[in-house]
Design a protein around this ligand. Structure first.
Ligand code: UD1
Length: 361
């Protein structure tokens, strides 16, 4: 079976790495890799390929940044000739970024089977571009591989046939478990002068949090309060850096005494940073899951989550962008009342093998 795998943006890379490796171990599968180029900076892309040992993509579409419509359309235009040339038996897409739906749509229109990894996740918030990508990709997929039980329930409720749905576990955790020891070699803590257990990691990039001056300003109120208690290390996504400058907030954030703005971190540095943190504040999806395994409290700066298991077991608390709620969660960490979570079902570092078994089955 020739399977064409797609990766486009940073959160795809840690998912595609173990899938490519597991496919490489299976004699019945001939994997190919296409990078759409949605993310293209060295620190947002190449570094991950290098650190995670992902093979060099067979094709890079090089689409780059643009509005949602233009980016999605450019990916579709340049992906179609690749499919026509290589005629794979199936296309595999991961996650919920624009590359996921763009490539999925091209595949099904050419009559090629579509496999979606991380299917069924729902935030039930259609203002989130990723929710639209998730709904659309799932509605056209032939094989829907879920990371947590809520994904299976959502798909069943939407009328997807049981025969198409498989709970395979969380492939991103495969990557985390594989690299956890190695990440301990990263010198990032020493380089930044941080002490394990005595700092907070912050990430922020969702349009809903970083595109509006009032919202971002309120988040800064909360960070100011935490900054008085504890150092904060903030690897800044390019979109957030641009917006801080555009919205006139760069000076304010740079003025926080204990807050360190750093470039986007590579996988190993970031894993080391998260592993030893007192807490993580984030609006990312994947980080809610990674902190669950690392047993580091995660304050989720969003009004909802498509990964409800992390909130159900208590590893992550959904607080939105209200400074009072953020500070309340922070105080609960300070007073050691955060629960120690159970590991969710099948987050056991073998998800990629299960994916390959289902596909080649
Ligand atoms: C995308 C995903 C989001 C994911 C995030 C992780 C969609 C709809 N969103 O959001 O789900 O959580 O990736 O990072 O697909 N930029 C650079 N260099 C890069 C990439 C982006 O400078 O390598 C800047 C550009 O100014 C660009 C902006 O970041 O316009 C946004 O990039 P884009 O890929 O459109 O969306 P993300 O916000 O990264």
């Amino acid at each position: 079976m020739k399977i064409l795998n797609v990766a486009g943006a940073r959160p795809n890379f840690m998912k595609i790495a173990p899938i490519m490796a597991a496919m490489g171990r299976n004699a019945r599968i001939d994997p190919m890799l296409v990078h759409t180029g949605q993310h293209y900076d060295q620190r947002m892309s190449d570094l991950f390929f290098h650190q995670l040992g992902i093979p060099k993509p067979d094709v890079n579409l090089g689409v780059g940044s643009a509005s949602h419509a233009v980016q999605t359309a450019e990916i579709m235009k340049s992906f179609e000739p690749v499919l026509l040339e290589h005629r794979p038996d199936a296309v595999l897409v991961v996650g919920d970024v624009n590359s996921t739906i763009a490539c999925g749509l091209v595949a099904v229109k050419l009559g090629i089977q579509l496999i979606h990894v991380e299917a069924g996740l729902r935030s039930f918030d259609r203002t989130m571009p990723e929710e639209i990508n998730r709904l659309l990709t799932d509605s056209i997929s032939d094989l829907l591989l879920c990371s947590e039980p809520s994904g299976v329930e959502n798909l069943r409720r939407e009328g997807v046939a049981d025969s198409k749905i498989h709970l395979v576990g969380n492939v991103m955790i495969d990557t985390l478990v594989k690299n956890r020891e190695r990440a301990q070699q990263s010198p990032i803590l020493e380089d930044l002068g941080l002490t394990a257990g005595e700092y907070v990691v912050l990430t922020l990039h969702r349009p809903a949090n970083v595109d509006d001056a009032t919202v971002l300003g309120r988040l800064l109120d909360a960070f100011e309060a935490i900054d008085r208690d504890c150092p904060i290390v903030f690897p800044v996504h390019p979109r957030t850096r641009n917006n801080l400058a555009k919205l006139g907030l760069s000076e304010r954030i740079e003025g926080l005494t204990n807050l360190r703005l750093i470039e986007p971190a590579g996988y190993l540095d970031f894993l080391r940073l998260m592993s030893s943190a007192k807490a993580v504040l984030t609006d990312s999806g994947g980080i809610q899951e990674e902190t669950t395994i690392l047993r580091v409290p995660c304050i989720t700066l969003r009004p909802n989550t498509e990964r409800p298991i992390t909130a159900e077991i208590g590893s992550s608390r959904i607080v939105g962008n209200d400074p009072a709620k953020i500070i309340e969660a922070w105080q609960s960490i300070q007073s050691n009342t955060w629960p120690t979570p159970q590991v969710p079902l099948l987050w056991d570092s073998h998800a990629a093998d299960r994916i390959v078994t289902v596909i080649s089955g």
